[in-house]
Design a binder for this molecule. Sequence first.
Ligand code: FAD
Length: 389
Amino acid sequence: MEQFDVIVIGAGPAGGAAAFWAARAGLTVALIDRKSFPRDKLCGGLVTGRARRHYAEIFGHEMPFEPEDCKTTVDFRYRGQSVGLIEDAPPLCATMRWDMDAMICGHALGAGAQDFTGQDMAALDPDTATLMLKDGRSLRYGVLIGADGVNSQVARHLFGQSFERARIGFGLEIEATDPHLHPDAPIRIDLAAAHWGYGWTFPKRRSTTIGVGGLLSKNPGMKRAMADYCDLLGINAPEARIKGQFLPFGDVRKVPGRGAVLLAGDAAGLVDPITGEGIGHALHSGHLAAQAAIDALAAHRPDTALHHYRRALRPLHRSLRMARLIRPVIFAPALEPSFARAFARSTTLRRQFLDLMAGDTDYHDILWQVVQRLPRLGLMALQRRRIEE
Ligand SMILES: Cc1cc2nc3c(=O)[nH]c(=O)nc-3n(C[C@H](O)[C@H](O)[C@H](O)COP(=O)(O)OP(=O)(O)OC[C@H]3O[C@@H](n4cnc5c(N)ncnc54)[C@H](O)[C@@H]3O)c2cc1C
């Protein structure tokens, strides 16, 4: 049986970052993914300033982008109407996961992680710290990092299910190539294109990624929402080309693992419950999980890895908790129109939202601003209801 200090399952941003960091520290690392790379992953592929910062911290260089991939104009809409065109936003960079994930996985293998891509996990036994691959090989680990995405098999092993259906989000997307879509068009965000969620249009060099996403429980008709959004944009969207995936949109795991088994990225529910951003948190948590493994193994106590990891994750958990507190102000049907109006009127609010996406501010910092606006937003919602009645 082969023995590794760290086994990482999943070679997306979380797993690639974890495997790179652990291998670079001199540990023996196995990087397992059921797919061979490059592979596709349904995603808007929008890389925020926060994600780029985490990437640079981990890999020691800036994430490479062509200048035309980085947009500074964002067009916010509410029910089709403009609520703010911002022309000097902090850059938001558009990537294809096919390319980005292959690059990150390549960094991990280049740092010395052993390549088990194209291999699926068949069984896991945390009691004996072993796992079996579908080809029959058994591997033993000191610390296991489950970075196997939203449908995490590792999370299912530990907790019986990968996510809570009542709290999960869901997104539908299409890569559109309609002739009227221009790669230089601004990024467009459509509030209310889905319930408790939004629609997005991310122009890229060879296609435009168009999608809608929100809480699954509030969107029994997500396909209809997608069709309506495509109609609004004048996009020809044959159903066969629309793809869907779960998104842990606020379904954060309070305890992201057990003993020597850690969960990172989507497997730990680390997606922003308002913006749906997950790439940056996946990179960051993969990094933190690997560092927790390094510390636990250095102390010859792999079973303490979760303790180290939970401590390191505290600020991120706190920030995502704040975001969940704020989320109803933006998405609850009674408050949503008032929020859209406040957003249209207030340069500060729009700027804060963009700073948040850039990673220059935190939900913790804007909670007070939102609380100050709450009574007014609530009053406006009540007035509006009275007018409608
Ligand atoms: C529609 C949609 C749009 C999104 N848009 C954005 C966006 O624009 N910007 C953003 O920041 N975030 C976005 N996200 C969120 C983002 O895609 C995720 O948060 C991010 O991919 C999480 O990275 P990860 O490494 O945790 O998981 P993943 O990227 O899902 O990687 C998991 C890996 O594990 C592998 N795997 C799974 N099971 C096994 C197994 N049993 N054995 C071996 N390997 C396995 C998979 O093949 C995969 O390679 C979007 C999500 C959705 C659904």
